[in-house]
Write a new protein. Structure first.
Length: 215
């Protein structure tokens, strides 16, 4: 019976989109396997180390207790679910070679349950779609990961400026105010408010940096 229930070795990439579901399924099969073994003298931690690959073992190498090892692996594979991350996973989930169209659609339905879709106004829907597209299209994987760690994230919050860009923005705003091209807003809730984008020029003489409003 134990040969039938014997699980495969855990070799899932913790950063993959399916890491959580793969871990939960593997954990269940491993628990089923453990239940078939004689309980007397059973060291579940030793058994566990035999069913993980070397790259997974490194995460529990300093652990000596089974429950703590399982908890450590759980924290490794079970990513904190939030609306932004869930929508990113849904938007970037592609059909696997071994999946039928029906199976792929079922996976998408399951993933969408964590996306917190609600009936919203068109403006909010547009803002959320822009946010999701912005994150999905980022070239920097590091920046994308940082943004996905936020439980809630609006596009207005998502942009941060370097010290150099902030200095350029302040200088440009002072110049535009002085020349009467822009004027101070009387309300921080103005419908015309928008973040600015610094577009880098090829050099500082012919094509210098320019300031754009991102509506």
């Amino acid at each position: 019976m134990d040969k039938v229930l014997r699980p495969s070795r855990l070799d899932t990439d913790p950063s993959s989109q399916d890491a959580s579901s793969d871990w939960l399924h593997w954990k269940k099969t491993f628990e089923n396997f453990i239940a078939t073994l004689p309980s007397e003298g059973l060291d579940k931690y030793v058994v566990l180390t035999n069913f993980v690959t070397p790259k997974i073992y490194q995460y529990i190498a300093d652990v000596t207790e089974y429950d703590l090892a399982i908890e450590t692996l759980g924290k490794l594979f079970l990513k904190p679910q939030n609306e932004v991350y869930a929508r990113h996973v849904l938007a970037t989930r592609n059909q696997h070679p071994s999946e039928s169209v029906r199976e792929y659609m079922q996976v998408l339905r399951t993933l969408s349950k964590d996306c917190n879709f609600q009936q919203v106004a068109a403006v909010q829907h547009q803002s959320e779609y822009n946010r999701d597209s912005f994150i999905r299209g980022l070239r920097s994987s590091w920046m994308r990961q940082r943004l996905l760690e936020n439980v809630t994230l609006g596009l207005v919050r998502s942009r941060k400026y370097s010290q150099e860009d902030r200095a350029f923005i302040n200088e440009e705003v002072r110049r535009l105010l002085k020349e009467g091209i822009i004027e101070p807003s009387q309300s921080s809730q103005s419908p015309w408010r928008a973040q600015v984008v610094v577009v880098k020029g090829e050099n500082q003489t012919t094509y210098g940096n320019r300031l754009f409003a991102n509506y």
